[in-house]
Each structure stands twice: as structure tokens, then as C-alpha cells.
Design a binder for this molecule. Sequence first.
Ligand SMILES: [Zn+2]
Ligand SMILES: [Zn+2]
Length: 232
Amino acid sequence: MTPLMLTGMLLSFIGVGLILGIVFYYTFLPINDPVRIFLDTSYVGLTYLLYIIIIGAAVSGVGLLIYIRAVRTGITIPAGEYSYTRPASIIRRPAPKKEILKPSIEKTVTPLKPKGENIVEEIEKEIEQIIETVEKPVGEKAVEEKKPMIEVISKATDMVCPHCGKLNPVGSTKCEACGKQIFTPEEPSKSCPVCSAPLTLSQKISGDLYVCGICFSEIRIPPEIQKLIGIK
Ligand SMILES: [Zn+2]
Ligand SMILES: [Zn+2]
């Protein structure tokens, strides 16, 4: 719960409290009470009571908006986790480029050692980096592009026990409620990348889109892997 979520929630509670409070207070006021007479007085077509209710509703609405906003921004931050499903292609490829930039920064930042040593070290580093950048991409690319990968579209955090329907956090092996094994593990290439349940339990939505039968994460399974698993 972030401070923004808290203020949003508080505001909406205050708004609702204001409406309920004033209506409750009003209904129990004696008919001739000056406060009741004041609340009954109309101003530009509406009574003061209605104005207070409208203000309460507005405060509560604003509070709700702030809360929803805070919740949404709270959720979008960990969205970066999704990219971990394609680590090989996304994380490795740009790396060599960064390494090329490093030596030029280090030259300016580390003049602490005697010049002679520094230069030798730098040349060695540079040679290593050149070898890395030249050799790796060629070999890696060839392997990566041939290998189809399962892509996670939406990542769930709970698994549904197929025996009793109870929710268990991803990573559990036995159900907290009924004690049974949630699923019999398969080899990783034929398993859900989120909860490791066998993909034979998944359900097709459309095209290559599937929903894991245990954690209900949405996943894209390339046709090659569909064949390998034997799902349609
Ligand atoms: Zn269970
Ligand atoms: Zn799953």
C-alpha cells in the first residue's frame, strides 16, 4: 500500500462518511430544528442537504480516482519482469555494444595506477572484448534463431489445485488445502514457464495463444513446441 493509495482510499471513505453522516443526522433531526430548516433551504434549485451530498460524492469520487491511479502505477512497475521470458534474445544481444563503450569511459575514470600498467591492462581488456564481440554474436545468433521459445503474455502468481480448486502460490508442489500433489512435473521444455506445470494441461484460446491449466498464465506456444508436446 503506497501513501497515494492510502490518501485515495481515505478521501473516498471521508466522502462516503460525509454523505452517510449528513443523511443519518438529517433523518433524526426534529422537524422544527434550525439545522433541519437550514438544510431544507434551497439555493439555486437544490437544498443545502443535496449540496453537501454532492460534495461528499465528489470527494469520494476523487479519492477513488487517486486510488485507482495509484494501484495502476503500482502494477506497471513490476511489469518489467515479463521480459525475463526471452532472456536469451533480449538481454544478450545488446551486451557487446555496451562493452565497446566501456574502455573509453575507463580511460577517463581510472588514472590512479601508473600509466604503464594501465595501458597494458586496457589493451588486454580491449582485445578480450573485441574477441567476445566478434565471436559470440555469430555463434549465438545462429543457435537463438533456430530455437523457438514459449512466451509469457500475462504472468499469474497463484496456481489452482486441480483436486480441490484452492489457490496456492506459484512454486508450491503440494496443495495447502488438500495436501495432494498439484501436478506431476514434466521436463522443462514441455512445462509452463511460470508455474512449471505440464503444458498438456493447458487450454488453447486462439492461434498460438494458450492458458496454463494450473496457474492460468497466458502463454504463446510456437507451433514447433505445440507439436513436441502433442497439444492442439
Ligand atoms: Zn487441493
Ligand atoms: Zn502455469
